[in-house]
Design a protein around this ligand. Sequence first.
Ligand SMILES: C[S@@+](CC[C@H](N)C(=O)[O-])C[C@H]1O[C@@H](n2cnc3c(N)ncnc32)[C@H](O)[C@@H]1O
Length: 185
Amino acid sequence: MHGNEKAIPGAKSGSRFVFCDISTEMLAISKDRFHLTNTQFITSSGQELSYKEEFDVITAIQVNHYGTLDDERAKAVQNSYNALKNDGIFITFENYSLYSNVGETLYLRRWQNYQMQQGKSMESSREHVGRYGKDYYPISISEHMEVMKAGGFNVVEILWVSYLQVGLLGIKTWEQENSRLRVDV
Ligand SMILES: C[S@@+](CC[C@H](N)C(=O)[O-])C[C@H]1O[C@@H](n2cnc3c(N)ncnc32)[C@H](O)[C@@H]1O
């Protein structure tokens, strides 16, 4: 495929990894790191992907917060849903917004303090936190979950939450209440 005989280690035989980003520069970085036989690189926006039932797992890490319109986000999620096989999983990590002005002030301050504890200067951490609502447009965790449902996922769960970032899981299943996935305790 690329003249390099190695595949991504640990991958099932015959599996492939497709890397997608709207930016050719970002894809060039991925190509540099993962120039392997079972990888493929696609320059496309999430809104333009047209795969149908091809993948077991799709991840979207910090890519769906630049558009201000909810339907743009839903379109990208819907395209991921369409690209998954039945029982395929979608894992996304995103920024989220708070529900109140007080909450916003407290959480942003906490996030800025955390960055400074990790060694960032006051100026640089303030600049970073100041991007909220200007360079990217967070929506609340419940709105994220609604976008995933609007995109097609009928199983949507929270995986992880920390410092204004959330990890969410969507499962594509054709069953309404998927009893196969229910665990008896
Ligand atoms: C914060 S970076 C995250 C990159 C990578 N996913 C990671 O976790 O390292 C955001 C990426 O989203 C890409 N991006 C922005 N809008 C996009 C869109 N509509 N469709 C696909 N990628 C997009 C940008 O080019 C950028 O590479």
